[in-house]
Ligand binder design. Structure first.
Ligand SMILES: *Cc1c(COP(=O)(O)O)cnc(C)c1O
Length: 368
């Protein structure tokens, strides 16, 4: 691996491929896989990730918002893209970019039909979302007959899929709740399929659902975090490889005396002579203030150095008293070891939050 001269987020595309292949071993050969590439592919880089997965014959993509889908289309991505939260003001541009909306309420369903009609569409593919317990977005179970009659009344759109989202698929203490969600989804799907007269693609599972509820894979599964290298337990994590490594360098080393302070508000006071290093990564890069004052750590030459004092906008200071290192040496914030999960656990955060927080200011570098 090349030595870096600035803070970079290194993306290992080979690891992405391995994670994808591992997920494939956990579903039936016929089960389609949708890659969730919202939020810059969980902070990595949606265009490169989508292009790479497209070459591996991924079946579907999902993004959260319309403009995220537009970015993929503008980069030449041809695979179908589901927009999870498209928002009605964007429906015309969504159609112009051949993106497929999730329709989750009477308002968005009726609005989308109006726009699809005005745009002279026929059988435009849409995805109908039902709420089975997450209580975030979705029609209710008793909306099925209503939704079906609205769909039967228009030739502008066609229900390509029917889906829902699990609330606690990673939590075995909530197994009963999840099983109830699965049953509710089955009941909705059966009623819907019977009354509309054809069977749309059915999908329910996110990464943890894929791993924990094989009986609920239906026709397609949706994976985000798994592709980026995280399972839902230490055991599962072993099957995945984190694709993103946030690395930096030591900009400067100081030796401070007992009683000297470090950083803004003098939040760290040395109780003995201390060797400290300044690293060019801060809260503007996604390392939140909660990682300061001894909570978070970085890794230099396989040794952990605690972040001391307050996290600054562009920099952190760390205690390297026990580490043999020099200015210019590489610093790992998270990656394969320690993982983003381990880094996040130093506070009360989780892998999802820290990896998606790395700001666009940090250069992305791709390893193939
Ligand atoms: C973000 C999201 C996913 C991906 O979940 P992971 O836990 O990252 O696999 C799947 N489905 C929906 C509806 C989502 O919003």
């Amino acid at each position: 691996m090349e030595k870096v001269h600035e803070t970079v987020l290194e993306i290992d595309l080979n690891a992405l491929k391995e994670n994808f292949q591992y997920l494939k071993t956990r579903v039936k050969p016929k089960t389609k896989i949708l890659a969730v590439v919202k939020a810059f592919a969980y902070g990595s880089s949606s265009v490169e990730i989508a292009q790479y997965l497209e070459n591996l014959d991924i079946d579907y993509f999902a993004v959260a918002y319309t403009h995220e889908g537009i970015a993929l289309r503008e980069a030449g991505v041809k695979t179908p893209i589901l927009v999870l939260h498209p928002q009605s003001m964007n429906f015309k541009t969504l159609i112009e970019h051949a993106l497929e909306p999730s329709l989750y309420s009477h308002f968005v369903l009726n609005e989308f039909i109006k726009v699809a009609h005005t745009e002279k569409q026929s059988n435009y593919p849409v995805h109908i979302k039902f709420n089975t317990g997450l209580n975030r977005l979705g029609f209710e179970s008793d909306d099925v007959s209503d939704v079906v009659s609205i769909l039967k009344n228009t030739s502008s759109i066609l229900a390509k899929s029917l889906f829902s989202h699990l609330a606690a698929s990673e939590d075995f203490n909530e197994k009963e709740f999840t099983e109830k969600q699965i049953q509710t989804f089955k009941d909705i799907s059966e009623e819907f399929t019977e009354s509309i007269g054809f069977k749309p693609i059915l999908h329910l599972c996110n990464t943890s659902g894929i791993l924990n509820y094989p009986e609920a894979h239906f026709d397609m599964v949706r994976s985000g975090i798994g592709l980026y290298g995280f399972g839902n337990s230490d055991l599962e994590d072993q099957h995945f490889t984190p694709i993103a490594t946030l690395k930096s360098i030591i900009s400067q080393i100081h030796t401070i005396k007992k009683g000297d302070s470090v950083g803004y508000n003098r939040a760290f006071i040395a109780n003995k002579q201390t060797k400290i290093a300044t690293i060019p990564v801060g809260h503007a890069d996604g390392i939140g203030r909660q990682y300061g004052n001894g909570k978070g750590f970085v890794t230099i030459n396989n040794k952990q150095a605690p972040i001391i004092g307050n996290v600054c906008m562009d920099m952190i200071m760390i205690d390297i008293s026990d580490i043999n290192c020099q200015e210019g040496d590489e610093v790992i914030i998270f990656g394969k070891n320690p993982t983003a999960n381990a880094f996040a656990l130093a506070t009360t955060s989780i892998s999802y939050e820290i990896i998606t927080a790395i700001s666009q200011r940090v250069k992305r570098v791709f390893l193939k």
